[in-house]
Design a protein around this ligand. Structure first.
Ligand SMILES: [Zn+2]
Length: 240
């Protein structure tokens, strides 16, 4: 199964997953242009759009994509997501051909943020689209929720299968790994990760996906012992 990684606005990721031959869905199309180009070059029909949260850099391309395709737009927040066709929330499962997309409510970055957990035979590992909730070696800022809420959301993601591949909404990996190294300067795994990420950045490769098993070992926000420790890390990261 083919996942195309598109970029927009410098560090946003947009994902296109071909779930059966010639048919795909897109996650968080902040910009329509790279999506339309990919659909044309790969001759794909986009049937669905999944939105993780209402921020403009994640939904900016929706109206244009709706005009040009007959896609169905799915997301959690009718009021703040113009163009939404179907409201989905925690536990909703959308079956598309051989795969299932499960919506997981993860308030924290925004009050209505969700992640999408994709499973099914054609996938070698489950796939998790995390928007601005979980990043590689980091997590999103808390704009509308407190530390306990976001901590619990991240813990719920951490409980998913180890082999899950994490596809976040932004590439902040270099910065995140440097932040984690501040607290564990001698951690060999983090140092190797920084070298890898810098090589990827230099050669123009994405730093995603990452395995959830690796996140559980190096991501300071998943490793936090309790929500107070998590909130303290998050405040320090805000000023990093
Ligand atoms: Zn956001």
């Amino acid at each position: 199964m083919n996942i195309t990684i598109l970029t927009a606005f410098g560090n946003n990721y947009i994902y296109l997953l071909e779930y059966s031959p010639g048919r795909c869905f897109v996650v968080d199309p902040g910009d329509a242009k790279p999506v339309l180009e990919a659909l044309e070059s790969q001759r794909l029909k986009m049937t669905h759009v999944f939105i993780t949260h209402h921020h403009a850099d994640h939904i900016g391309g929706v109206s244009s994509l709706k005009q040009k395709t007959s896609c169905e737009v799915m997301g959690p927040d009718k009021q703040r997501m113009p163009g939404l066709d179907t409201v989905i929330n925690d536990g909703h499962i959308i079956e598309l051909g051989p795969i299932a997309v499960r919506c997981i409510s993860t308030p924290g970055h925004t009050a209505t943020s969700v992640c999408y957990y994709v499973t099914g035979r054609p996938l070698e590992s489950p796939v998790l689209f995390t928007g601005d909730t979980l990043f590689v070696c980091g997590c999103g800022r808390m704009f509308e929720c407190d530390g306990q809420t976001m901590f619990e959301s991240l813990q719920a993601l951490g409980a998913l299968a180890d082999e899950t591949l994490v596809y976040p909404g932004h590439d902040y990996t270099d910065e995140n790994v440097r932040f984690a190294l501040m607290f564990k300067p001698d951690n060999e795994q983090l140092r190797e990760k920084l070298t890898l990420v810098r090589n990827q950045n230099r050669s123009g490769q994405p730093t995603v996906p990452s395995a959830l098993s690796e996140e559980k070992q190096i991501n300071p926000f998943l490793l936090a012992e309790d929500w107070q420790a998590f909130a303290s890390f998050r405040r320090k990261k805000d000023d990093f």
